[in-house]
Write a protein that binds this ligand. Structure first.
Ligand code: GLN
Length: 253
């Protein structure tokens, strides 16, 4: 009899644990909805995230997939404006944000960041015939940026908001440059390379503007997911998977 009560109790505990693991988002624990890791991104940031047909591919998509695989979760990618990613993670619309996102102290007030998985550099794109030859020449020029990115934040701080034109997508800022609406675009180096390759008459200045770390952002409450993601990232670094993904998309100069 005693044994029976014990096993009923055990089943009850097990059921409760399972219900918790599969159920709705909780404020603690590595809880994600129904075994799905929902990733927020802005899929216009090659080679980190971009469309190949209907599918979102790129470094972040592959890293997130590898992390999800390690955690036994299915990956779902939600495309949104870059400016909405942190809010999506804060409100639980997404579990994780990967978007070539730079770790900054200001963002850390809203979300937690995983360990860093890549380095980014803010660079300056100008037209081939431009008289701008270094970041010092940007004073008084019209600078195109992607809204709420670090390029936007630094340019506004360094050169004054009135000289900065914000666009929803990096590609739109680059388009404005080709149309002569802005004199330069400040953006991350890898997307810069693909935008310059895709448009005639543009070049990247040799002088780099700012070097930064990319990481995944996660809801501040979900510290178990943060630990789990960091654990997965460490394994992916260790076994060479992470480097393999970076090398697949970034060719060394
Ligand atoms: N690294 C930049 C930032 O975090 C730009 C990211 C992006 O546009 N996807 O602000």
């Amino acid at each position: 009899m005693k044994k029976r009560i014990l096993s009923i109790a055990l089943v009850a505990v097990l059921a409760a644990t399972l219900a918790c693991a599969c159920g709705k988002k909780e404020s603690t624990g590595m809880t994600v909805n129904d075994g799905v890791l929902t990733m927020a991104t802005n899929a216009y940031f090659p080679p980190y995230e971009y469309y190949e047909g209907e599918e979102i591919v790129g470094i972040d998509a592959e890293i997130a997939k590898a992390v999800a695989d390690k955690l036994g979760l299915e990956l779902k990618i939600e495309d949104m404006e870059f400016d909405s990613i942190i809010t999506a993670v804060q409100t639980g619309k997404a579990d994780i944000g990967l978007a070539g996102m730079t770790v900054t102290d200001e963002r850390k007030q809203s979300v937690n960041f995983s360990d860093t998985y890549a380095t980014g550099i803010q660079v300056v794109i100008v037209t081939e015939d431009s008289d701008i030859t270094s970041v010092d020449d940007l004073e008084g020029k019209k600078i195109g940026v992607q809204l709420s990115t670090t390029g936007d934040i630094y340019a506004s701080d360094d050169y004054g908001e009135e000289f900065v034109e914000q666009y929803n997508k990096g590609a739109d800022a680059v388009m404005a440059l080709t149309q002569g609406k802005v004199d330069a675009v400040i953006i991350d180096n890898e997307p810069a390379k693909s935008f310059v390759a895709a448009n005639e008459g543009l070049k990247i200045l040799d002088t780099e503007y700012v070097t930064e770390d990319y990481a995944a952002c996660i809801n501040k409450e979900n510290t178990e997911l943060l630990d789990a993601v960091n654990g997965a990232l460490a394994e992916l670094k260790e076994d060479g998977t992470l480097q393999g993904i970076l090398d697949k998309y970034i060719t060394a100069e």
